[in-house]
Design a protein around this ligand. Structure first.
Ligand code: SAM
Length: 161
C-alpha cells in the first residue's frame, strides 16, 4: 500500500492496472480510490474472487474494478496481449518467480511493478532477477522480515517468449 502511495505522490497515474492475487480486493479498492484507472483484480481462489466482488460493491468502486478467477495473467476473460501500466502482486515468492516472465511481457513501456509477500532474502533475490528482466528498483519497503519492491521497466525486452 505504501509503494502504491509512492506512485501517487510522484503524480504517476497508471491507466491500466492488474492486481494479481487480489485476496479480499483491498489493494484494488485502494487503487480505485487513488487513481482514475481501469483495474482488473484476479485470484486463482474462487472464494477470494467472491469476496473481492462483494467488497468492491461495499466500497463503491464497482465501476472501476473488474474481478476474474484467473491464475496469474492467464484466464478466459483476460486479453493475453494486454499491456498494463501497473502490475501489483502481493503473493508469495514462488508464484512471483513463476509469473515474472508474463509480468514483463504484459507490462507497458515504462510500466511499474509492485511485488510483495517476500521475506528479506527473497527480496534480495528478486532484485537480482529483476535486473535481468530490465527492471529498475525505484523504491522498496522493509518491515520485520518482510520486503516489497517498486520496480520500473527500463529496457524493452521484445524477445521474451
Ligand atoms: C497473501 S494473499 C494477498 C491478498 C491481497 N493481494 C492483499 O494484499 O491482501 C495472496 C493471494 O494470492 C492468490 N494467488 C496466489 N497465487 C496466485 C496465482 N498464481 N494467480 C492468482 N492468484 C494467486 C491467493 O489465492 C491469495 O488470495
Amino acid at each position: 500500500m505504501e509503494l502504491i502511495q509512492v506512485l501517487k505522490k510522484r503524480r504517476i497515474n497508471p491507466f491500466t492496472i492488474i492486481d494479481v492475487g487480489c485476496g479480499t480486493g483491498i489493494l484494488s479498492i485502494a487503487m480505485a480510490k487513488l487513481f482514475p484507472s481501469r483495474i482488473i483484480a484476479v485470484d486463482n481462489d474462487i472464494h477470494s474472487v467472491q469476496m473481492t466482488k462483494r467488497n468492491i460493491v461495499v466500497n463503491k468502486v464497482v465501476q472501476y474494478v473488474k474481478v476474474y478467477n484467473s491464475s496469474g495473467l492467464k484466464g478466459n476473460h483476460l486479453n493475453s496481449r494486454a499491456k498494463y501500466d501497473l502490475i501489483v502482486a502481493n503473493i508469495l515468492f514462488k508464484p512471483i518467480k513463476l509469473l515474472m516472465r508474463s509480468f514483463i511481457r504484459n507490462l507497458s513501456k515504462a510500466g511499474f511493478l509492485i511485488l510483495s509477500g517476500l521475506n528479506i532474502k527473497q527480496t534480495r533475490q528478486l532484485k537480482e532477477i529483476s535486473k535481468q528482466f530490465g527492471l529498475k528498483v525505484i523504491d522498496e519497503r522493509k518491515e520485520a522480515d518482510w520486503g516489497s519492491l517498486l520496480l520500473k521497466r527500463t529496457v524493452v525486452k521484445d524477445q521474451l517468449n
